[in-house]
Ligand binder design. Structure first.
Ligand code: NAD
Ligand code: UGA
Length: 446
């Protein structure tokens, strides 16, 4: 701070756009976050956050108050006023697994129609290799149509590595900032933009655009690979009577392996790993490059997401009609309300098709789940113990803190039968047995 503020327009005010916008404002820049969803913008203008993300509310409030952060539905005007234009709209999976670029291309057209002076157009969304160059072509064409062939602009790929639930901290304390551009002018501006972070020692890595685009997919694919690898090991543990938690401990102290992303569970969910692994497979397949590892990662994950369903069938039999099950945890991970590709949602759909009554609890994702699942065979509870009443078993999908420290005696007394299927290995199997539970978890003894 105390440095010259840059004028930034953030197109797309979702999980990434809002966090990055608020953090760039916190770094001293002037940021307008725009979105084409009027409900989102009007909530933000009324001081309400459309998403749950720890630490974000305070950050938004402070930066709005200090006039560095504002919100608008007017994309043209916001683009026209800004020198840095970030694209942070969604890139959901298309039917064939590739990234659907409809939202990105719409935003690009709006940019091409509105820029007035030199601007840097930055892809923050995760986009397939070649997209940023495609974006350059579209904007060039539009400027030509507007008779503005002399108006200069640069394209930069600046992928985002934040995690939901830790997004603010991740953005403000990045392991690295990847900036893809072969243009020295654009690089100089990007360095200036990120100076508040690089001056604290956070590294910036320059590369060409294609490498930056691929670095994003490769990072997510590597992390997803570690998870699927451990889930596959968990399956082996179950077969040979080993304990995946001990196996992990025996691996992670090796510095070459490290301890991150080695937790077996119900498979990775969220809006990123599943779609990004599929998208990179699709990109490679289009170029006739085989993707044996990536396909296996995806396949293992699909299988793993069915784990708790299989435990239920294994215990209660194929006929589940009339069963009442409690579910703790709906979001794809703790500290977020995001339920995109969450293993809980897929399992609940399968269970209710079989006539199971489901009682769900989640600290923050109930509303999103209600929108996705509706009311058929599902009751929503704001109290975690309420959700257990008269249930035949409890299924845990998300490692929220309050579940880890839950009162086992109370769980047992509220459930009709003391049966617990734990998709996140929250409890010790020996203790659970002592407590009188029928307890099944991932990659450990029954
Ligand atoms: P999101 O769905 O939460 O947000 C996207 C926003 O863009 C929505 O609010 C939508 O209304 C808006 N939008 C769409 N088209 C628009 C347009 N033409 N003009 C203005 N607004 C428009 O998505 P997200 O989770 O924030 O992800 C955005 C991108 O960032 C994706 O490519 C994703 O892969 C990538 N990414 C996400 C994360 C994450 O943790 N969620 C992390 C890193 C990268
Ligand atoms: C992930 C990456 O971690 C971010 O770096 C990246 O920016 C982001 O995707 C993205 O591209 O959008 P996120 O999806 O928010 O972030 O959450 P993670 O913490 O990575 O968890 C993803 C999934 O993997 C969750 O379902 C989680 O439960 C699962 N997971 C994670 C495991 O099953 N085991 C682990 O050891 C770690």
């Amino acid at each position: 701070q105390g440095r010259a503020a840059m004028k930034i327009c953030m197109i797309g005010t979702g999980y990434v756009g809002l966090v990055v916008g608020a953090c760039l404002a916190e770094m001293g820049h002037e940021v307008i976050c725009v979105d084409n969803n009027p409900a989102k913008i009007s909530a933000l203008l009324n001081g309400q956050l459309p998403i749950y993300e720890p630490g974000l509310e305070r950050l938004v409030e402070r930066n709005v108050l200090e006039s560095r952060l504002s919100f608008s539905l007017d994309i043209s005007e916001s683009v026209a006023q800004s020198q840095f234009i970030f694209i942070a709209v969604g890139t959901p999976p298309a039917e064939d697994g590739s990234a659907d670029l409809t939202y990105v291309m719409k935003a690009v057209e709006q940019i091409g129609a509105s820029i007035r002076d030199y601007a840097i157009v930055i892809t923050k969304s995760t986009v397939p290799i070649g997209s940023s160059e495609r974006i350059r072509g579209i904007i060039e064409k539009q400027l030509k149509n507007r008779g503005l062939t002399d108006l200069e602009f640069d394209i930069v790929s600046n992928p985002e590595f934040l995690r939901e639930g830790a997004a603010v901290n991740d953005f403000l304390n990045p392991n690295r900032i990847v900036v893809g551009s072969s243009n020295p002018r654009a690089l100089a501006y990007m360095e200036k933009l990120y100076l508040p972070l690089t001056s604290k020692g956070f590294p910036i890595v320059h590369m060409d655009i294609a490498s930056a685009e691929l670095a994003k997919y490769a990072s997510n694919a590597m992390l997803a690979t570690r998870i699927s690898f451990m889930n596959e090991m968990a399956g082996i543990c179950e077969a040979v009577g080993a304990d995946i938690e001990r196996v992990r401990q025996g691996m992670e102290l090796d510095h070459r392996i490290g301890s991150y992303f080695l937790s077996a569970g119900v498979g990775y969910g969220g809006s990123c790993f599943p779609k990004d692994v599929r998208a990179i497979i699709q990109s490679a397949t289009e170029r006739n490059i085989p993707t044996h590892i990536l396909e296996a990662v995806d396949k293992v994950n699909h299988k793993q997401k069915k784990k708790l369903f299989e435990m239920v069938v294994g215990h209660f039999g194929e006929d589940l009609k009339g069963l009442r099950l409690a579910v703790w945890g709906l979001s794809f991970k703790p500290e977020t309300d995001d339920i995109r590709e969450a293993p809980s949602i897929e399992t609940i759909e399968q269970l209710r098709k079989r006539g199971v009554q489901i009682q769900v609890h989640d600290p923050v994702a109930l509303q999103n789940a209600y929108q996705a699942l509706g009311e058929e065979n599902i009751t929503y509870f704001t109290g975690l113990y309420q959700a257990l009443m008269d249930a035949d078993a409890l299924l845990i999908f998300t490692e929220w803190k309050q579940y880890r420290s839950a009162d086992l005696g109370r769980i047992k007394s509220l459930l009709k039968q003391p049966v617990l299927f734990d998709g996140r290995n929250l409890f010790n199997p020996y203790m659970m047995k002592e407590e009188g539970f029928v307890y099944q978890s991932i990659g450990r003894m029954k």
